[in-house]
Design a binder for this molecule. Structure first.
Ligand code: PEP
Ligand code: MN
Length: 337
């Protein structure tokens, strides 16, 4: 259930309600909004709990939560969450742009990409150091050496670093170097990993599993939020369908759907979502038109020679052109990019 506090309820009243919630064996999750504070009481609900809570000082209303996901729900928090991590801000008027190679290959490749994407308007740098590859024989990433190269690129450009973590044991290592930890599509339902990033103190980019439903995505986010980490961005990166002309099928209705159901900001990945560089510019624009809070786009100095995902990576020029197109769409919708 959600306990909605009255406007101007005191901190002591909020603390009192939280203690009452916890004394009922429920977990109290305090969400401070601009208008008022709400307390999400997580756990099995009983009718008597609602009545007990309604009488507490400072309480305006007690409501049952209808969605299966609780802390992520718009019912709990009306304003969109703005996730900020260094130079990256996602969820506000300005569209966040995360760009960079699929994998970190070497310093020259990464630093040149960081400079080019920053000049074109990117607000964060992506690059995988730990790569979850379908085949064990494919390039697996440079691991800690890759993380060091990412932090060099941050020193040179000031761009926040977004990089994937694939195992709970690696979370503290990756969190030492990165500003945002990416949970890849293959790991969306790796619950121990979700809990680990929930406690790491860094923002998280949670990618949708290729066959996960929206509810499953939101419940996965709930694992992270429940550990006390409010800085979660959801990422639509395409799903598996009968269609084979694209690598995945990119359903942009999920942006509008997620905006209706959750306060978490939504990022779209048109690179993995299409799997073809020639489709990326239009789908990036379409994502902005659908209201995406951010984009994540693969860019490589020489896509032909990329060690992973070259066929869907943009060159520097293509990225710059894509951003210019997206900016026109953003401005038309009273956004910035
Ligand atoms: C990636 O971002 O390079 C990646 C592996 O993405 P996904 O997990 O969406 O396949
Ligand atoms: Mn990739």
């Amino acid at each position: 259930m959600i306990v909605v506090m009255k406007q101007g309820a005191s901190e002591e009243e909020v603390r009192h309600v939280s203690r009452r919630v916890e004394s009922l064996g429920l977990k109290a999750h305090v969400i401070v909004g601009t208008e008022r504070t709400v307390i999400a009481a997580i756990g099995e609900k009983r009718e008597t709990d609602k009545e007990a809570m309604e009488n507490c000082p400072g309480v305006s209303e007690v409501m049952p939560i209808l969605a299966p996901f609780k802390v992520a729900s718009r019912e709990v928090k009306d304003e969109t969450t703005v996730v900020t991590a260094g130079s990256l801000s996602v969820g506000g008027r300005r569209v966040g742009v995360i760009a960079g190679p699929c994998s970190v290959e070497n310093e020259e490749q990464l630093v040149s990409t960081a400079k080019a994407v920053k000049a074109a308007g990117a607000t964060a740098l992506r690059g995988g150091a730990f790569k979850p590859r379908t085949s064990p024989y494919s390039f697996q990433g440079l691991k800690e050496e890759g993380l060091k190269i990412l932090s060099t690129a941050r020193e040179e450009t000031g761009l926040a670093i977004v990089t994937e973590v694939v195992a709970p044991d690696d979370v503290s290592l990756v969190a030492r170097y990165a500003d945002v930890l990416q949970i890849g599509a293959r790991n969306m339902q790796n619950y121990r990993l979700l809990e680990a990033v929930g406690g790491c103190g860094r923002a998280v980019l949670l990618k949708r599993g290729p066959s996960a439903t929206m509810d499953e995505l939101l419940l996965a986010a709930e694992y992270i939020l429940n550990e006390g980490n409010p800085n979660v961005m959801l990422c639509e990166r395409g799903i598996r369908t009968f269609e084979s002309h694209t690598r995945f099928t990119l359903p942009l209705a999920s942006v509008a759907y997620l905006h209706a159901k959750t306060h978490l900001p939504v990022v779209v990945d048109p690179s993995h979502g299409t799997g073809h560089s020639y489709l990326v510019p239009q789908m990036a624009c379409a994502s902005v038109a659908a209201g995406a809070d951010g984009l994540i786009i693969e860019v490589h100095p020489n896509p032909e020679e990329a060690l992973s995902d070259g066929y869907q990576s943009l060159s520097f020029t293509q990225f710059e052109e894509t951003i210019q197109l997206c900016r026109k769409v953003a401005v038309a919708l009273d956004r910035e990019l």
